[in-house]
Write a new protein. Structure first.
Length: 214
């Protein structure tokens, strides 16, 4: 007899299928630049069957891995966020200038940790020591293969923010230094529109509650 929790019990321990259950029939490069776009024809296994789905075509956006960090300081009871223009949010009804954590793409064989330390200096002037890994995840696996590595780190934060970024890369970044007391307002407002910042601030809120900092 089929147990209603059978699938749930399995999925908590391992994946139902692997990449070996996907058959790639053809791949065509449509565009290659900062990102690469491919048209992929494939078929994959069906759940609870030995057969495969009929061939389908999908556009795949290939992008370098990225890493980001929420910088905070329990003693100061403050954390750092940045604000910058994002072309993907160009038509956002609130603002194309998005509130984010410090982040960037990995350069060559650079590790996520090295990337974060570099980006932190470029976007906030803060030097990081110990990093804590929170999650690695696909921000939009329905169309993109990018993996995002999310970290947190304590650091001595400046009293006020400022403008940072690498001008040659078209960066114009506003650093904001915020009090722990505004966390609820941020998490219930309309200014947070990307997964890394939402996950990171929920992590920080849980940390504050567990440590009874405020």
């Amino acid at each position: 007899m089929f147990h209603p929790n059978f699938l749930f019990m399995n999925i908590t321990q391992c994946a139902t299928y692997s990449h070996q259950d996907v058959e790639i029939q053809s791949r065509e490069i449509l565009y290659s630049g900062f990102i690469r776009v491919e048209k992929v024809s494939l078929r994959h296994r069906l759940f609870n069957q030995t057969t495969y789905i009929a061939p389908i075509q999908r556009e795949l956006i290939q992008r370098k891995q990225a890493a980001g960090v929420l910088i905070y300081n329990d003693q100061q009871q403050k954390f750092a966020l940045i604000e910058q223009f994002r072309v993907g949010a160009m038509n956002d009804p609130v603002s194309p200038w998005q509130i984010e954590i410090i982040a960037g793409v990995l350069d060559g064989d650079e590790s996520p940790e090295a990337c974060i330390r570099r980006e932190s200096l470029e976007e906030s002037g803060c030097e990081l020591s110990q990093l804590q890994h929170i999650f690695s995840f696909y921000p939009s696996a329905g169309a993109c293969d990018e993996i995002f590595h999310l970290y947190t780190a304590q650091a001595e934060l400046p009293t006020v923010g400022g403008v940072f970024g690498v001008a040659d890369e078209g960066e114009n970044i506003q650093l904001h230094i915020l009090d722990y007391s505004v966390l609820d307002e941020l998490l219930t407002g309309t200014r947070l529109c990307n997964a890394p910042i939402i996950i990171a601030l929920q992590w920080l809120k849980q940390r504050i509650a567990l440590l009874n900092i405020m």
